[in-house]
Design a protein. Structure first.
Length: 694
């Protein structure tokens, strides 16, 4: 046990870990603060000057002091700030956003672009990441999102194809309702700052990079898909095979995706650390015979494994998620040469340091965060868990190893998962225990079938076996997902609670690993903080009420949130899809227990504010109040705005998503001329009383 304690301290105290964490802190700070390059250079230069001055004054004695470690930490935090600024695409003067203004949103522009990456389509659009090469006659740089209507045939498009077209250039969408997923920020994290919208008929195809790596990868993936399409495998199972073997998720059925999400096994359908780890294990097994040649044989085996991993990345499309996972496991495979745990940790952080330096924005993607936390949990916690029980039988040993790996990964992943997704499938262990022991065989068999299909040598019975295996896997997941009571949804889990949970988990694990059980009580401190946070939230929701004017196209929907309950007010039927769209995100941010519906009235009194609703009939009753009168315009009322303002003594006009944009623009202009505050939900998001201000 003393050796384990010493190894733990070696892992925690190595300079590589310290430098990597400092860089990540610096990148995160710059992501939120957006400091100017001049200020950053002054900060880093002054820190470096203090560091060098202290070292020169005290000579080498300074290196061993705490002040030296603090100075180096500040230095690398500053370098992280500079690193994020250096890689930020908007700092390039040729970036296409410098040619666009806010008023250009929705206008037609002549754009010359190249396809970079294919995304999973939505219900309405096929989506591509494109590199904008020119707008009009001006050369540009930068990436954007291209949307093509779902009914248009874009199947012949290949990565590397270049087009010119008159496109609609749109601003990034905003989250217009409380708690809603911010798709615009999601695109910004992928360095896309505009949306290009066109149909296939308006695209004129130009030159292509025939020898480009990404284009060649896309050609091979298309060839594999065409070969699989000609088989007798069902469409539902084909979508899963595409996702498992070549990282192509566009053919996945929405219900299948939901089933895997509800069982906590969605990572099986995304080419992630799990897939790459299994492939590395298969490669290690295939080249196991090289171990008999000593150190030279292990080196050769490692080189062949790395070549195999990057070959898989090539087939899987070289997407950022695949490149991240393959880079991480390439370094881990190098660490396996030395056959000690500290080396694996070092190479894990070395891969993290490399990726952070090359693409700082990646640390803000969910997949990146979850992958590294899961692998770190497996390396740190799994060996300790595995020693708690020693199975005698081979089958039990396999399942015990899968159990410890799954639990170890989840111990560091589940707080972040709760923060992002606000649900926890209690069946995650059950689903993983059933599928993961066989996933390696399924993957290996799938690759074999693909190889034989490309050679036109795949026997029908082998194809049928693959179809049956995938079908059984889908059935198992479907049966588990049907157990709704095993899925805990709408968990209130803000970032403060997440931080406290991580502190509690780390303190608890640290006490157990070093076997000083009296230190377990330290983990109770963050638990106590969590209780205070939740208690404070409950008191706030009991004492504060709010009225929300939601933004919903074609409908007027109000919500009154009081005493852990939300009442939705509307004169139209609210479908389950509408309720889910409006409420799910908001429910995750609150402690709601009940949700009711009621009809919408013409006026409401909320706290000290009067709310008058003027609908398509254009009728309203004169008000005697002179302050805090809010008028909600609904369903395009044809009114004389100035007369209505005088009659209702309006201090604020609100226009929701039920109105035509042309009407809203007219009202906004008239309110500006009459010096009346105007609030439009299509640009500013839902109006909330008492939190929102005009």
């Amino acid at each position: 046990m003393q050796e384990n304690i010493k190894a733990t301290y070696q892992i925690i105290n190595i300079p590589l870990v310290w430098i990597t964490v400092s860089l990540i802190i610096g990148i995160s700070l710059q992501y939120h603060l957006q400091l100017s390059p001049t200020i950053l250079c002054i900060l880093v230069g002054s820190t470096l000057g203090v560091l060098l001055g202290c070292w020169w004054y005290t000579k080498r004695a300074f290196v061993t002091t705490l002040y030296f470690k603090i100075s180096v930490t500040y230095l690398f935090i500053g370098i992280g700030l500079l690193l994020y600024t250096y890689h930020h695409p908007l700092r390039n003067k040729l970036h296409y956003t410098n040619l666009l203004t806010h008023s250009d949103s929705g206008d037609l522009k002549t754009v010359y672009f190249r396809l970079k990456e294919r995304y999973k389509p939505s219900d309405f659009y096929q989506k591509f990441k494109v590199s904008v090469l020119r707008i009009g006659t001006y050369p540009t740089t930068g990436d954007a999102l291209l949307q093509i209507p779902i009914n248009d045939d874009a199947s012949s498009f290949l990565i590397g194809d270049e087009f010119i077209a008159n496109l609609q250039v749109k601003s990034l969408p905003k989250a217009l309702n409380p708690g809603q997923f911010d798709y615009g920020q999601f695109l910004k994290n992928k360095n896309m700052y505009q949306v290009l919208q066109a149909d296939c008929g308006s695209l004129e195809k130009l030159n292509s990079f025939e020898n480009g790596v990404f284009r060649l990868s896309d050609r091979i993936r298309n060839r594999i898909r065409n070969a699989l399409d000609k088989t007798t495998i069902s469409r539902e199972n084909l979508g899963v095979i595409y996702a498992l073997c070549i990282g192509y998720r566009s053919e996945l059925d929405s219900q299948t995706v939901k089933n895997y999400q509800d069982t906590g096994t969605i990572h099986l359908l995304a080419v992630s650390g799990l897939h790459v780890g299994i492939i590395l294990y298969l490669l290690q097994y295939c080249f196991f015979f090289l171990n008999r040649f000593g150190k030279t044989g292990r080196y050769i085996k490692t080189i062949l494994c790395i070549i195999g991993l990057w070959s898989f990345a090539f087939i899987a499309g070289m997407s950022p998620s695949v490149v991240r996972a393959v880079t991480m496991f390439s370094f881990l495979s190098i660490g396996l040469i030395f056959r000690d745990r500290s080396s694996s940790f070092n190479h894990l952080f070395l891969s993290l340091l490399l990726l952070v330096c090359l693409a700082p924005n990646w640390i803000f993607t969910i997949g990146f965060q979850l992958s590294y936390l899961a692998v770190f949990g497996i390396l740190w916690i799994q060996p300790k868990l595995y020693t708690l029980y020693t199975p005698k039988f081979w089958v039990v040993k396999i399942y015990w190893k899968v159990t410890t790996v799954t639990v170890a990964a989840q111990m560091l992943v589940f707080p972040l998962s709760l923060y992002y997704f606000h649900q926890f499938p209690l069946s995650f262990l059950f689903g993983n225990l059933i599928i993961i022991p066989f996933l390696g065989y399924i993957l290996g068999y799938g690759f074999l079938i693909i190889f034989l299909l490309l050679l036109n040598k795949a026997p029908q019975f082998m194809i049928t076996i693959l179809d049956t295996l995938i079908g059984w896997m889908n059935i198992v997941v479907e049966k588990i997902s049907a157990l709704d009571y095993l899925i805990v949804k709408h968990i209130y889990f803000p970032i403060e609670v997440m931080i406290c949970v991580y502190v509690a988990v780390i303190l608890l694990l640290y006490a157990l690993i070093i076997e000083k059980y009296q230190r377990v009580y330290w983990s109770m401190i963050p638990v106590f903080c969590i209780c205070i946070l939740i208690f404070t939230k409950k008191i706030k929701e009991q004492t504060e009420a709010r009225l929300i004017v939601f933004h919903q196209y074609g409908q007027t929907i109000l919500g009154v949130h009081e005493n852990f309950g939300l009442k939705l007010l509307s004169n139209q039927f609210l479908t389950s899809a509408t309720r889910k769209f409006l409420i799910n995100g908001y429910q995750n941010q609150t402690l709601l227990r009940e949700i009711d519906t009621a009809s919408l009235k013409n006026s409401y009194q909320f706290n000290q504010t009067s709310i008058f609703i003027v609908d398509s009939t254009g009728t309203y009753t004169k008000s005697n109040r002179t302050i805090n009168n809010v008028v909600l315009l609904s369903n395009n009322p044809k009114i004389h705005l100035k007369r209505m303002i005088d009659s209702l003594k309006a201090t604020l006009i609100v226009a929701d998503g039920s109105n035509y944009p042309s009407f809203i623009n007219q009202w906004e202009e008239k309110c500006r001329s009459h010096n009346i505050a105007f609030y439009r939900t299509d640009q500013k998001g839902a109006y909330i009383l008492p939190a929102s201000e005009p």
